[in-house]
Design a protein around this ligand. Structure first.
Ligand SMILES: Cc1ncc(C[n+]2csc(CCOP(=O)(O)OP(=O)(O)O)c2C)c(N)n1
Length: 683
């Protein structure tokens, strides 16, 4: 293979730059000038630069915690990387992310990542978006040997393979995951052999040889671009320094380290370039001086650079919570550049289009399906992702017939890999699609917590607001159907507690439809919780297209004596309680929160200020439940108006029992709600 001399020199320069950058960072830590930690890639320069050298400039790359080298290889500016390590505003993440959370979407670097293995599913989602949008891109996912033992990595490799996605999985096997040798955690000599289990080619390559890595990646990328699917490349390499700051390297011998030093990728590249007449000794010396000066300049500039003002914290918190469309756009997220994105047809963002005079009674599950169908008709970037959502139509029939209507490219049935497919959806959302994930039973969302809370939720804020994550995660929640302890939970509190997520929980079919349409159009990510016991209840739903804004509570029934605040499946029970109380002369005001994050605290406060009494009801467990947050908001905004202590009704702190008769008494009911309200008003 003939290489362009100028290109080879540039790649060699990048390898030198990575080495100089990392050694300078090491010294800055030793001097106490840099804080926190970092994972340096001295010794692994050929794997980073060789792999990226085989890509198109617009091919996305994902990285891991040891990401400086990958970033520089992809064209990252060392000044902005250094500024990030100093925690300064000109840094790629404005000092928010630090070493393990740096990205530059404009050059296709989708981020270093602090969760071992976390980026691989996201990379797979980027590849899904590339395929559906027909961009011709191939994604390169860097990860380590340690990450190879993460479930999410297995899940992602499998999905990459079954869908023949355009992606190259590049495992830098540097023999250790922190201190743990790979031979202790894997029975195979070559991790590439695992590729056979996914049905993709596995290739072992000398990771310290730029040319070998480049050639292996070129072949894999060519195959992927031709639609033949992914390849797993294992680049055998070695990190010369410790795992991170403060690592005394007691787990490996001096002899081993010295033997790897003889295979240092830099002299190997230099010698080859000199032998081929591409480089001279003098040119080499000049390149070294040049990169040393650039690194020094980066340090000086970072020292002088400002830190974001303290006000940035509250401002960013407000922005990630806001339901207003954001101005964040990376290239892939500009709809006009997306062949399948197109321009969604305009539609008012309020419920004024609803024709409530012409409502009809439909099941809540149908209302959800209508929302999905209308949004998929309107915007070709909306896709569905989940288990058994194809011919079966999902466990509750919500997506029934949608496969026929929209085809397998847009109704994507997955393996049972919740963490993996949420990560895939996140990667797709970052690259121009608007995925709607279905979690069959909300209980299973526990398996996807990492991808939801550490990745989807954090992406926007942590990477300096370079990208939004327009992702909806629908989850069928709650009890009432005798499904037992692992199929009946209402886990909204887990997500309300994680900054960056919006949490929506409708209790009527009309709201489910209007809110889901808004959630799909939101910059996200949104956890959209559907009370499964209400799926097969018929309720009035307006005809015509309409949306209901996120973050707006609904006063379902006015009253002056007591405020009942609830959401989801407890809504019909609370309404029944309200009707009973009315017959007894107690006027209960019923506030349906509809959206938990952002919460409409104003409507709650205004109601309690009027009634002087508050009863909070939810079907989730009591301790640490979202009710505690509602109560606190009441105390913060209406304490002086209270005529009685605030009450809370919830499921007791015990797993939900299967026995239908036990289950019936494990949740608040119309009777217990009415009784609590009576007590509050003293009747
Ligand atoms: C989920 C998770 N578990 C543990 C860690 C702590 N940790 C950070 S890097 C690392 C080792 C990763 O090894 P490998 O994937 O081989 O990459 P390498 O460090 O060798 O480059 C560990 C245990 C983490 N960041 N995330």
């Amino acid at each position: 293979m003939k290489f362009d001399a100028a290109e080879l020199i540039e790649h060699y320069r990048r390898m030198l730059l990575i080495r100089a950058f990392e050694e300078r960072v090491d010294a800055l830590f030793a001097a106490g000038e840099l804080k926190g930690t970092s994972h340096l890639s001295v010794g692994q320069e050929a794997a980073a630069v060789g792999a990226v050298a085989a890509l198109r400039p617009d091919d996305p790359v994902t990285s891991n915690h040891r990401g400086h080298g990958h970033f520089i290889a992809k064209g990252g500016d060392p000044k902005r990387i250094m500024a990030e390590l100093f925690g300064k505003e000109p840094g790629y993440s404005q000092g928010w992310g630090g070493t393990q959370h740096m990205a530059c979407f404009e050059i296709g670097f989708m981020g270093s990542n602090g969760i071992t293995g976390g980026g691989v599913a996201i990379a797979t989602g980027a590849a899904l978006a590339a395929r559906l949008r027909r961009t011709g891109q191939v994604v390169l996912a860097f990860f380590g040997d340690g990450a190879m033992n993460q479930g999410a990595v297995h899940e992602a490799l499998n999905m990459g393979a079954i869908w023949s996605l355009p992606i190259v999985y590049l495992c830098e096997n540097n023999l250790y995951a922190m201190s743990t040798p790979i031979r202790q955690t894997c029975r195979l000599d070559d991790l590439a052999d695992r590729a056979a289990a996914y049905g993709m080619p596995g290739v072992v390559v000398d990771g310290n040889d730029y040319f070998a890595v480049r050639e292996a990646t070129r072949a894999a990328a060519e195959r992927a671009r031709a639609g033949e699917g992914p390849t797993l490349i294992e680049a055998k390499t070695y990190r010369f320094l410790g795992h991170s700051r403060g690592d005394l390297r007691v787990y490996r011998s001096k002899e081993e380290e010295e033997s790897w030093r003889t295979r240092d990728p830099l002299p190997r590249m230099r010698d080859r370039l000199i032998a081929d007449g591409v480089l001279t000794e003098g040119h080499d010396a000049r390149l070294r001086e040049e990169v040393a000066a650039l690194v020094e300049e980066s340090v000086e500039a970072a020292r002088r650079a400002p830190v974001l003002p303290a006000s940035a914290i509250t401002e960013r918190a407000a922005r990630i919570r806001s339901t207003a469309p954001s101005v964040i756009l990376n290239a892939a997220q500009r709809s006009e550049e997306s062949p399948i994105g197109g321009d969604p047809s305009p539609l008012a963002q309020d419920d004024s289009k609803a024709d409530s005079t012409a409502s009809r009674a439909i099941y809540l599950s149908e209302a959800v399906r209508e929302a999905l169908t209308e949004e998929m008709e309107r915007d070709a970037s909306v896709i569905l992702v989940g288990e058994d959502i194809g011919v079966y139509g999902g466990a509750f029939g919500v997506t029934r017939s949608m496969l026929d209507r929209f085809g397998a490219d847009r109704v994507i049935q997955t393996p049972i890999s919740e963490n993996g497919f949420v990560g895939v959806a996140t990667g797709a959302a970052l690259n121009g699609l608007r995925p709607v994930v279905e979690i069959m039973f909300m209980d299973f969302i526990a398996l996807a917590i990492d991808q939801i809370c550490n990745h989807a939720a954090k992406f926007r804020a942590v990477y300096g607001e370079q990208a939004k994550v327009p992702l909806v995660i629908r989850a069928a929640a709650g009890g009432g159907r005798a499904y037992g302890p692992t199929h009946s939970q209402s886990l909204e509190a887990w997500f309300a507690h994680t900054p960056g997520l919006k949490v929506v929980y409708p209790g009527t079919a009309a709201d489910a439809k209007g809110l889901l349409k808004s959630a799909i159009r939101d910059d996200g990510p949104v956890v959209f919780i559907e009370p499964k016991a209400l799926y097969n209840q018929r309720m009035p739903v307006p005809k015509g297209e309409y949306t209901i804004p996120l973050g707006a509570a609904n006063v379902l029934q006015p009253g002056d004596d007591v405020t009942i605040i609830t959401y989801g499946r407890m809504l019909p029970a609370a309404a029944a309680a309200g009707a009973r109380l009315a017959q007894e002369g107690i006027a209960a005001e019923l506030v349906d929160l509809r959206t938990l994050v952002p919460m409409d605290a104003e409507t709650v406060a205004a109601s309690v200020q009027k009634t002087g009494r508050a009863l909070v009801v939810h079907e989730a467990h009591r301790t640490g439940g979202f009710g505690a947050e509602i109560v606190c908001q009441v105390l913060e905004h209406a304490f002086h108006y209270l005529d009685a202590p605030v009450r809370r009704l919830a499921a007791p702190d015990v797993p939900i029992p299967f026995s239908p008769s036990l289950e019936a008494v494990a949740f608040p009911t119309a009777e217990t709600i009415a009784a609590a309200a009576r007590e509050l008003v003293g009747k």
